[in-house]
Ligand binder design. Structure first.
Ligand SMILES: [Zn+2]
Length: 332
């Protein structure tokens, strides 16, 4: 099956920072409704799609929200100041185009500073082309959130754009649903809100669903670029099975099952030991009395920048593994 670039482009082009995921959920519901038995959207905006099967209750979670920046202040000259919504790196923000919900575009730049190593987001401003505060206030308001403006690039091997974290997880779930026929688990495909500000949608939905096993589908970083931190994850080496991050020690029985499925089905995979971060899998695992959980990660270069870059073959491996997870009775 060919790589669905146009579908990924459409999904990553949608504005959807934490707490403003509605346009993303509208798109996803349209994509999946023919492939699931029921879809509900809860009060907080999480999408819960169920594909019924005779077997354990499996929750698969990908987050719809992206990181963003919220307007804190507009000065007399019309320059806009920001605070972070999720993990924002000021260095990769400077020089980028920022997109607001109403379509306003701003350019992020930094105050003159003697020591760029000390650059903080509070020294970054956004120029939205206004001559003064009054003009600026017609375009943006305090509390508005901007995101990195998406520019989709594709090579034979890779795709890159903003918000790949975690639209790529949502994409893997959507594509898996399209390919699935009969499933042997009671599968809940959950598209969560507000992951980037503390895995909040994962907490809400895991409590409601109370699954037997939880899996997140999210990005991880990579250790394969010049001078990168030591990390045994490379692009084009397959889907990553998480062993740890700061929110989770994956349940060994879940990972054994995932590894066995990769082996049986010739799915290229690698093991992820991440020394920071967290995903919805962490939230799921701490729900109620505890739920065995792990995470399928898509290796991503330049995570939390405007140009998050993934490998098409790793994405395909993720889709393949997720279909096998749903088709095989996931008893642990
Ligand atoms: Zn993520």
């Amino acid at each position: 099956m060919g790589f669905n670039s146009s579908g990924l482009r459409a999904l990553t082009n949608i504005y959807g920072p934490s707490s403003h995921e509605t346009k993303v959920s509208d798109f996803i519901v349209k994509q999946i409704k023919g492939f699931v038995d029921e879809v509900t959207i809860d009060k907080m905006g999480n999408v819960i799609a169920r594909k019924k099967g005779d077997g354990p209750k499996l929750m698969i979670a990908g987050h719809m929200d992206s990181i963003g920046m919220m307007v804190t202040d507009i000065d007399d000259k019309g320059f806009v100041r920001l605070t972070n919504i999720g993990g924002i790196n000021p260095f990769v923000t400077v020089g980028e185009r920022l997109l607001f919900k109403n379509g306003t575009i701003g350019i992020a730049y930094h105050e003159a500073t003697a020591d760029m190593a000390k650059l903080k987001l509070e020294k970054v401003f956004v120029d939205i082309g206004a001559k003064n505060k009054e003009e600026a206030e017609k375009l943006v308001a305090i509390g508005d959130i901007c995101v990195y403006s998406p520019v989709f690039n594709e090579s034979d091997n890779t795709v890159s754009t903003a918000s790949m974290d975690d639209r790529i997880g949502c994409f893997v779930m959507i594509e898996a649903l399209k390919r699935l026929d009969t499933v042997n688990n009671d599968c809940y495909f959950v598209f969560t809100v507000q992951e980037e500000v503390g895995t909040r949608g994962g907490k809400m939905t895991a409590f409601a669903i109370n699954p037997d096993v939880g899996l997140a589908v999210d990005i991880t970083t990579s250790g394969d670029t010049p001078g990168s931190k030591r990390f045994a994850i490379k692009l084009h080496e397959g889907v990553a099975i998480k062993v740890r991050d700061n929110s989770l020690l994956s349940h060994p029985a879940v990972n054994d099952k995932l590894k066995a499925l990769c082996k049986e089905n010739d799915i290229k995979h690698q093991m992820e030991v991440l020394e920071f971060g967290g995903t919805d899998a962490g939230a799921i695992s701490l729900t109620r009395e505890g739920i065995p959980a792990s995470c399928l990660s898509i290796p991503t270069r330049y995570a939390h920048s405007a140009h998050e870059t993934c490998s098409k073959e790793d994405i395909e491996a993720g889709i393949h593994l997720l279909t096998k997870v749903c088709e095989t009775k996931f008893e642990i």
